[in-house]
Design a protein around this ligand. Structure first.
Ligand code: G3D
Length: 189
């Protein structure tokens, strides 16, 4: 067992997980965290650096969520947050299809960084409330295709539509994240 795995397992025994939340600016990262913390989602202001928010998951695990600003000028600094990440959440704006090429380029760079190898990857397609019911599957298919999700092989990956406004699928997002980390780290027992 490698040193990194040992350290991560120790952290898991301490019941702590480090979750890095990234994506382009305006995707809804801060709003999602605010929803999960039962804070007023409509009171968000742009994240100008990063913030660490702590979520107690089912009174068992403590999730430290690193919400890092996604403005172009901040993206070169993302790599400073990779170390010790257990799980990655990538947030995409379902209503900003025109930004998918930019989103893909950034996601490609993130998932191919060695420091994140092995971390689970949850792609949250946020603002799904803004898409007509009948168009949702099509929008999800386009996003999966444009982001090249099928080509991501070095991360266990899941795509979930969600909304920080309605809370749709956000409990499921946490469940998946925690379960993926738990299964992966205990696999070495
Ligand atoms: P960021 O942290 O990724 O930069 P924010 O994104 O959380 O600051 O959200 C950016 C804008 O998107 C905010 O609107 C916010 O209210 C809106 N938003 C976030 N999540 C959702 C969602 O699920 N559905 C919809 N319809 N809008 C959402 P403003 O107007 O403040 O820029």
């Amino acid at each position: 067992m490698g040193l990194l795995t040992t350290l991560r397992k120790q952290k898991l025994k301490d019941k702590e997980m480090r979750v890095l939340m990234l994506g382009l600016d305006n995707a809804g990262k801060t709003s999602i965290v605010r929803y999960l913390l039962k804070e007023d989602v409509l009171a968000v202001a742009p994240t100008l650096g990063f913030s660490i928010r702590t979520i107690a998951y089912k009174n068992i695990y403590t999730l430290n969520i690193w919400d890092v600003g996604g403005q172009r000028s901040l993206r070169p600094f993302w790599r400073n947050y990779y170390e010790k990440t257990d799980s990655l959440i990538w947030v995409v704006d379902a209503s900003a299809i025109d930004r998918l090429p930019d989103c893909r380029a950034e996601l490609d760079a993130v998932v191919s960084d060695d420091r994140l190898t092995g971390a689970g990857l949850l792609v949250l397609v946020n603002k799904i409330d803004a898409i007509e019911e009948g168009d949702r599957q099509h929008v999800l298919d386009v996003i999966e295709l444009e982001l090249g999700i099928a080509d991501i092989v070095n991360h266990t990956c899941k795509v979930l539509p969600c909304s920080a406004y309605t809370g749709e699928n956000l409990d499921l997002a946490l469940d998946w994240t925690v379960e993926e980390v738990r299964e992966r780290l205990y696999m070495f027992d």
